[in-house]
Unconditional design. Structure first.
Lengths: 112, 114
């Protein structure tokens, strides 16, 4: 069964450092998303991406965040200068244009 | 913004029992979805509901889209140990919200004792 793949599964970084989280969406999906889940809290929408541009973003997705589809298979989330409060599980998801989102297993980001 | 209130927060049940959890909102939602999350994994879609009043089953799971479009419930019948996990409701709000922008509930932690 096709799945969304995320790497790395865990990322530890120092405050102020840049991190790039990587995702390979399901191959025939055209809509891509990043969500995050702070420990013990609900899953929150960050950004949606379609046709090589951001479709919608939440207030969490400020200038420190960016997304990119550098090639035909990868979808990345970059955090330019990490803060302590960026520590969370980051989930990539993809869909074929409806509400049925398929999520990856997540990248646990720890900012020290 | 839109919020989903999910209850109960946690449930401890015996294997074989039925389970019910629900989600409510003060806002109207166009779509309701139920996801399950296992430890260290991403949410996995269980059921999607698209019409007010719709009742949909997936094996031992049954979910309904409330008539008012402001609530949904999920029932699990004859629970088994592998039902353990966190169950999330999620919805796509009305008013032009894009398809992939889902609002999630806080989750219900389900524990099943053998």
């Amino acid at each position: 069964e096709p799945e969304v793949t995320q790497t790395p599964s865990h990322q530890v970084t120092q405050m102020g450092q840049e991190v790039i989280l990587r995702c390979v969406p399901i191959s025939n999906h055209l809509y891509f998303y990043w969500y995050r889940q702070i420990l013990g809290q609900k899953v929150e929408f960050l950004v949606s991406f379609y046709n090589n541009e951001i479709s919608e973003k939440s207030e969490i997705f400020d200038d420190q965040f960016s997304v990119e589809r550098p090639d035909g298979s990868n979808f990345t989330l970059k955090i330019r200068s990490t803060k302590l409060e960026d520590s969370a599980m980051y989930f990539c998801a993809s869909s074929d244009g409806n509400e049925k989102l398929f999520f990856g297993s997540g990248t646990q980001l720890s900012v020290l | 913004g839109q919020q989903l209130n999910q209850s109960p927060q946690s449930m401890f049940i015996q294997e074989g029992e039925d389970v019910s959890m629900n989600c409510t909102s003060s806002s109207i939602f166009n779509t309701w979805l139920w996801y399950k999350q296992d430890p260290g994994e991403g949410p996995v879609l269980l059921i999607a509901l698209y019409k007010a009043g719709e009742l949909t089953s997936n094996g031992r799971l049954t979910a309904q889209f409330g008539i008012t479009r402001k609530d949904s419930f999920l029932n699990i019948s004859a629970s088994i140990p592998s039902d353990v996990g966190i169950y999330f409701c999620a919805g796509r709000g009305a008013g032009g919200t894009s398809y992939g922008k889902l609002t999630f509930g806080q989750g219900t932690i389900l524990t099943v004792h053998p």
